[in-house]
Design a protein around this ligand. Structure first.
Ligand SMILES: *[C@@H]1O[C@H](CO)[C@@H](O)[C@H](O)[C@H]1NC(C)=O
Ligand SMILES: *[C@@H]1O[C@H](CO)[C@@H](O)[C@H](O)[C@H]1NC(C)=O
Length: 206
């Protein structure tokens, strides 16, 4: 299919950790949650430039992928990637990314900063096949299953971004007390996904 080295170079990335490629009307952006992603870091700067150059007539759709989910409601990894979310969500939202694929399991509604918003990406979190961490079953919104705030810190980047919600139904708390409205569907199972895009062209007789 695609040669990583080729797509990395072609998308002017200096690393294989993040790169982009274009296929069938879609511009795919591969990001890395375990490599520095703040505004001052190369990954962020690369993303900014990459998004700015997408020709939306040729590739109207933007799809992004990275490993740690921003919108998982499972106790395992709950809000662990909050720093990455804080750093990059606005940029992806501004450019109208329609779909995000992450690892672990969950499907969100169109969500931006935990709120439903019509032009926000849908986060599809799937990819637990063969995961040695075993299947995530407990939800952070079940009684007694909310992880401790300190456990949700961004361990890799050494910063701490997660905090209790300041507004909405979970205000004052770290977890919701029911399945959050942004969580459209969740199911604990080992699966893999195939992303198939059907593009229909309509011609008008002039
Ligand atoms: C916090 O993390 C540690 C180790 O990663 C784990 O043993 C512990 O159960 C976690 N505590 C909570 C409340 O999630
Ligand atoms: C944050 O929320 C947790 C419950 O999820 C609560 O125990 C804790 O007191 C809250 N912390 C603050 C500073 O409000």
């Amino acid at each position: 299919m695609f040669s990583l080295c080729f797509t990395s170079k072609e998308s002017r990335s200096s690393t294989l950790f993040y790169y982009s490629f274009t296929a069938g009307g879609i511009h795919f952006i591969m990001l890395e949650g375990y490599v520095a992603y703040y505004k001052s870091n190369d990954q962020y700067k690369w993303l900014e430039k990459n998004l700015a150059k997408v020709d939306r007539i040729v590739t109207p759709w933007l799809v992004a992928t990275w490993h740690p989910p921003w919108y998982s409601t499972y106790t395992a990894h709950y809000r662990e990637a909050k720093c990455m979310k804080v750093a990059m969500e606005e940029l992806l939202y501004e450019y109208g990314v329609i779909l995000v694929f992450n690892c672990h399991e969950q499907q969100s509604s169109k969500v931006y900063n935990y709120k439903l918003k019509s032009y926000s990406p849908i986060h599809i979190t799937v990819g637990d096949g063969g995961n040695r961490e075993k299947m995530a079953i407990e939800h952070a919104d079940e009684p007694g299953k909310c992880p401790k705030l300190s456990n949700a810190s961004d361990k890799f980047m050494g910063r701490f971004c997660a905090s209790n919600f300041t507004s909405g139904p979970a205000a004052g708390n770290f977890c919701w007390d029911q399945q959050p409205e942004y969580s459209a569907y969740r199911e604990s199972s080992f699966r893999h996904g195939i992303f198939e895009v059907n593009i229909y062209l309509f011609y008008r007789n002039i």
